[in-house]
Design a protein around this ligand. Structure first.
Ligand code: ZN
Length: 157
């Protein structure tokens, strides 16, 4: 495993649409390395809860999440259903130092593949739902600052 450089806002790769994954880890060794590296990068930053492949410069529809010690990988995710709306503060490893309020669904049902190509469906709420929606946006070239209601500026006295 290796730490990968995180692409920052302003790099046009963050604005591109990622491509669907056709071959999973049993047929694509590079995909396994990518996912392992993304996991290591996310955990080592110790700041983020999610990391999408375009954030390490790879335009593939995959993201990883580490929510309170629970690790998730989602490949080719499709949002099936959302419920409710809520506002929470978000940040992003690609936009260091910026935090802002983002309005998103409260609950999301997503269909995704694991690294072996097995499909699963997950219904999430709270931080996990928010993280899925945030990372999903990265796969379509959307960064949270695009949809942020307002920025939260730390007041230093
Ligand atoms: Zn992000």
């Amino acid at each position: 495993m290796a730490f990968r450089n995180i692409v920052k806002l302003g790099d046009e790769i963050l604005r591109k649409k990622s491509k669907e994954i056709k071959k999973f880890v049993n047929d694509d060794k590079k995909l396994a390395i990518l996912l392992d590296d993304m996991k290591e990068t996310l955990i080592k930053t110790n700041l983020g809860v999610g990391l999408a492949a375009p954030q390490v410069g790879i335009l593939k529809r995959a993201f990883v999440m580490d929510i309170n010690g629970l690790y998730f990988e989602m490949l080719n995710p499709v949002i099936l259903k959302t419920k409710g709306m809520c506002e929470e503060v978000e940040g992003c490893l690609s936009v260091p130092g910026v935090h802002g309020v983002v309005r998103r669904p409260e609950q999301v049902t997503v269909e995704a593949y694991d690294r072996y190509g097995d499909k699963y469906v997950l219904t999430a709420e709270g931080l996990l739902a928010r993280c899925i929606l945030h990372e999903y946006d990265h796969l379509d070239g959307i960064v949270f600052t695009d949809i942020m209601e307002r920025e939260i500026v730390d007041e230093i006295e």
